[in-house]
Design a protein around this ligand. Sequence first.
Ligand SMILES: CC(C)(COP(=O)(O)OP(=O)(O)OC[C@H]1O[C@@H](n2cnc3c(N)ncnc32)[C@H](O)[C@@H]1OP(=O)(O)O)[C@@H](O)C(=O)NCCC(=O)NCCS
Length: 185
Amino acid sequence: MLRKTNGSEPAARATMTAMVHPAIEAVGALLRPTDDGDLATLRSFFDDPGVHEQWGGRPLTDHEILAKYTGKRAPAVQCFIVEEDRNPIGFMQYHQSDDRGGGLDLVLHPVVRGRGLGRAVVLAMVDYLQSARGWQLITVDPEASNPRGVDFWERVGFEPARLVEDEPGRPPYWLMKWPHEASGR
Ligand SMILES: CC(C)(COP(=O)(O)OP(=O)(O)OC[C@H]1O[C@@H](n2cnc3c(N)ncnc32)[C@H](O)[C@@H]1OP(=O)(O)O)[C@@H](O)C(=O)NCCC(=O)NCCS
């Protein structure tokens, strides 16, 4: 399994991060906001070929991890380590694009896939974004070359809106939307 971080004391860090963003509880997992103390944990996670082959295609540098995944882009982008029994098993982020809402990204370590944890954390995040943040629009954008990712989002409840093939600098991807209003789930 993945290494736990050697950073600051977990309880102290939990208190600090709680001021920035609350943790989000899912069935069987916890979404814990990241901070600079998570560099070692994130490095271990993104160094795994089973992870980075579906997230960037190569191991991330320390600079990239610190700049993009430890809270520096908050509040527009909020980053979370997915934990199961306090062990890091994945990474999730949401990014707000306008007043209506924004998008989600998720990657779990290969050893925990296929057990329902992906669905659980997505449903918990959707619930949080609708009930606590008032999001009206929640999207995901899996690449068309990742049909298993597209299938996952569809199974969880997202609906394909359109295939985007003309965005500069991006390979074709499916724009998918959460179809339910907050009260409709
Ligand atoms: C996609 C991912 C997050 C799914 O997490 P998971 O915990 O394995 O998914 P779950 O076990 O919660 O499965 C939820 C549903 O999706 C389906 N599903 C999951 N992985 C799937 C796959 N590879 N192909 C087809 N369907 C899949 C499951 O069958 C399940 O549907 P069901 O309950 O109707 O049978 C995980 O496989 C992953 O991290 N993949 C690499 C990154 C990625 O592709 N991210 C998404 C695209 S951006």
